[in-house]
Write a protein that binds this ligand. Structure first.
Ligand SMILES: N=c1c2ncn([C@@H]3O[C@H](COP(=O)(O)OP(=O)(O)OP(=O)(O)O)[C@@H](O)[C@H]3O)c2ncn1[C@@H]1O[C@H](COP(=O)(O)O)[C@@H](O)[C@H]1O
Length: 105
């Protein structure tokens, strides 16, 4: 099992847990909108590190992004396996080619 799968299982196990002892339980108790908001904040912090070209900062903020992404998925009942399946479905299709098939807006 990968670290992301281990973390995903930990997050699922924290759902409904004690918000006084678990950050995950605390965040999940606030609802999916709050989990999404927190993910957005962490993404912005990662963007800032990338723009600053702070390698260590990007690693740290990247870890926060991945953790909070998994919490957001948990809050909406989406599994990491479902996201992986979507990535697998896209494998071998160029992003340029895929974009060209989209309806013109
Ligand atoms: N990977 C993480 C992880 N990454 C970040 N965080 C927490 O996410 C929170 C958000 O960080 P911030 O600095 O943004 O906190 P904040 O207080 O909102 O800061 P401001 O926005 O106010 O500046 C902090 O409390 C971090 O400790 C994490 N909390 C937990 N995990 C993993 O989840 C497991 C379960 O944790 P608990 O649910 O706390 O038991 C842990 O063993 C870890 O493996």
């Amino acid at each position: 099992m990968s670290i992301l799968h281990d973390l995903s299982a930990t997050i699922a196990a924290r759902a409904g847990g004690d918000p006084d002892t678990s950050w995950t339980a605390k965040l999940l108790a606030k609802g999916p909108e709050k989990a999404a908001e927190k993910f957005g904040e962490e993404a912005v912090e990662a963007i800032i590190e990338a723009v600053k070209d702070d390698r260590d900062g990007l690693i740290r903020e990247g870890a926060d992004v991945l953790f909070h992404f998994l919490v957001m998925l948990q809050a909406r009942g989406v599994t990491l396996e479902e996201v992986e399946a979507e990535l697998a479905r896209r494998q071998g299709t160029s992003g340029i080619a895929e974009k060209a098939t989209r309806p013109q807006t």
